[in-house]
Design a protein around this ligand. Structure first.
Ligand code: AMP
Ligand code: ZN
Length: 471
């Protein structure tokens, strides 16, 4: 069955054509490990994992790289501001040394891996650390230097974007508009969008950095990704992913330097939309440096299954912006528990059906495959699963088998036994209803019953008191 993916490079949905039949190579821009990942970041990795699982479902062999940025990423993507890892060293009151930097990186890499496990994100084949690929970075900078693509300033070696005719093609960046906002930027740069391939040590601390023929320093963030992707996947590979914030700078820079070095590079560029947070003036993306930071561990403290977050993400296509809310997360937690409870009900088999259920099963399989292969339409795939739970033309045990097969793509651990958590809002409504009943206010009590039902729960009045169960 064909797979169709939206390619940011062409701006269109395209049929996926692998470089090597039955194989897919992909690079997912990984975390800068200077802090916990926030749940917005995790949307990127759930997306990459769903892509991976979709290929596996289609019997592809996957070679996946998620890099770990543990040096060289400045607080602005355009090479300005403070180095993020240096910032973490100061925050954690550690000495400004490469050894301490690696300690911080290892700490947050550990937290990141834990998050991936909680979200049932499959382990990629490679997790390369930027600090272990300095030689590859230096080789690439030298190659670009020899090709005449670079120039030197007092603080680093820069890529001259005027030497790459296709600069800005990814996402059709408007370069002329950008030129007008040069004021205040590094005056030594020839063009505001020229970017650092290498930054000299004095920018950080005289002691800190790696020796290189062009001067002691750090690789630029963009060169790290190109050097590591080419090392693990080769000069030409299938897919490169990241959040949409990477399109205007990071990914255009990666393409410019890799193609100028003679690599055909990635065929498909895919980007996930952001997880946004409501603000007083509207909405903004969740960011590590902002006040709106929510880590996965916060969900656990609130007794929300981390996979409820995965359920929220899958409820929209990866390329659709999502607005975060605790209500949506609570409701996803309930839906997930209900779906798991349904699967347990399916252990009690229905009597054999005389109708030809094989054809029906095939219809569901085909439809699921069509949806998931249509640029990962996970929202419709989830809706299809719910519809399947209600279909009485298929025996229970067959329904369960089919849903667990689909779960290989969704990764929701639907076979897990979970008790259904009653949301706080429902608990409060129940308390209010009990009070109304004590006061013999049956009109109010009936209204409250309806409100509880709207939230997906039914009220049962027993001799021991009233209880709620999922509808
Ligand atoms: P970082 O650790 O900041 O380099 O980001 C890791 C990944 O998370 C990148 O692919 C970003 O594009 C992505 N990302 C950052 N913020 C968000 C967000 N609010 N929603 C979705 N993805 C995000
Ligand atoms: Zn990257």
């Amino acid at each position: 069955m064909n797979i169709y993916l939206h390619n940011t490079l062409s701006g269109k949905k395209e049929e996926f054509k692998p470089l090597k039949e039955g194989h897919v190579s992909m690079y997912n821009c990984g975390p800068t490990v200077y802090n916990y990942a926030h749940i917005g970041n995790l949307r990127s990795y759930v997306f990459a994992d769903t892509l991976r699982r979709t290929f596996e479902y289609n019997k592809y062999k996957v070679n996946q790289v998620v890099n770990i940025t543990d040096i060289g990423h400045l607080s602005s993507d355009a090479d300005d501001g403070e180095d993020k890892m240096t910032k973490a060293l100061k925050r954690e009151k550690k000495p400004l040394t490469l050894v301490a930097m690696r300690e911080v990186a290892d700490k947050y890499f550990g937290k990141f891996k834990k998050d991936l496990k909680e979200l049932r994100i499959e382990t990629p084949e490679h997790f390369p650390f930027a600090s272990e690929h300095i030689k590859e970075d230096i080789d690439l900078v030298e190659k670009l230097d020899q090709g005449g693509f670079t120039y030197k300033t007092s603080d680093g070696i820069y890529f001259d974007i005027k030497k790459f005719a296709d600069y800005g093609k990814l996402g059709n960046i408007n370069l002329s508009e950008d030129e007008q906002s040069r004021i205040g930027l590094n005056p030594e740069k020839r063009n505001s969008r020229d970017f650092a391939l290498w930054k000299f040590s004095w920018k950080f601390n005289n002691e800190l950095g790696y020796d290189a023929p062009f001067g002691k320093g750090f690789p630029g963030w963009h060169i790290e990704c190109s050097a590591m992707s080419v090392k693990y996947l080769g000069p030409e590979f299938d897919i490169h992913t990241g959040g949409i914030d990477h399109i205007p700078v990071h990914h255009n820079n990666e393409i410019a330097q890799a193609v100028s070095a003679g690599y055909p590079y990635a065929h498909y560029w895919m980007h996930n939309a952001h997880l946004n947070m409501a603000t007083e003036n509207g909405s903004e993306k969740m960011a590590k440096s902002g006040d709106n930071f929510i880590a996965l561990k916060v969900l656990k403290k609130k007794k929300i299954d981390p996979l409820a977050l995965r359920y929220v993400f899958l409820g929209a296509r990866y390329s659709t912006p999502l607005q975060f809310s605790w209500e949506a997360l609570e409701s996803a937690h309930t839906s997930l528990s209900k779906l798991r409870a349904k699967l347990r009900e399916f252990d009690t088999n229905t009597e054999s059906l005389s109708t030809n259920q094989k054809a029906k099963i095939k219809e569901y399989k085909d439809e699921f495959n069509r949806l998931i292969n249509d640029d990962l339409d996970t929202a419709s795939a989830l809706a299809l699963i719910w519809e399947l739970t209600k279909n009485d033309e298929i025996e229970n045990k067959e329904k369960k088998k089919l849903i667990l097969k689909f779960d290989k793509v969704l990764g929701l651990n639907l076979n897990k036994k979970t008790t259904i958590k009653i949301p706080e809002k429902v608990e409060n409504l129940l308390k209010e209803r009990n009070l109304a009943r004590e006061n013999k206010d049956f009109v109010k009590s009936d209204e409250l019953r309806l409100e509880i039902e709207k939230l997906g729960f039914k009220v049962k009045d027993t001799e021991e008191g009233s209880v709620v169960t999922p509808l």
